[in-house]
Design a protein around this ligand. Sequence first.
Ligand code: GTP
Ligand code: MG
Length: 138
Amino acid sequence: TERTLSIIKPDATKRNLTGKINAKFEDAGLRIVAQKRIQLTQDQAGQFYAVHKERPFFGELTEFMASGPVVVQVLEGEGAIAKNREVMGATNPADAAPGTIRAEFAESVGENSVHGSDAPETAKEEISFFFSGLELVG
Ligand code: GTP
Ligand code: MG
């Protein structure tokens, strides 16, 4: 089985959507093996999204990610990385398939409710950004 890092973003925690989003993950066969609710500083958000630091939306993205609580979580399952991204839907909710989290809940391309790792190497890095080995209970 595989693990991926998921973040429920501030637009979603603000609207009390954590449970509804988690139900989508669980219904898709993903197991939530670690989870915590935290608030990032803009600097920490910038470290997490460092790969995007040259993009024009970097300031907006890091400000948004620090604007309220986030729920960071580790999802586990067969093909968890791809499955999670399928359940999330396209980055822009206007392009997201019906039934996906972003189609149902996202407000815009920036405030799009969830993050999911995009490859095995980034999943590993992103999980250890937020969680120690002791916090991961399969
Ligand atoms: P993540 O799972 O959050 O990494 O989303 P993604 O992999 O679907 O998209 P990508 O990695 O390309 O972009 C990372 C995040 O930057 C997106 O989820 C958005 O929150 C934000 N983002 C991407 N494009 C734009 C944009 O044009 N404007 C703004 N404000 N934010 C954007
Ligand atoms: Mg991404």
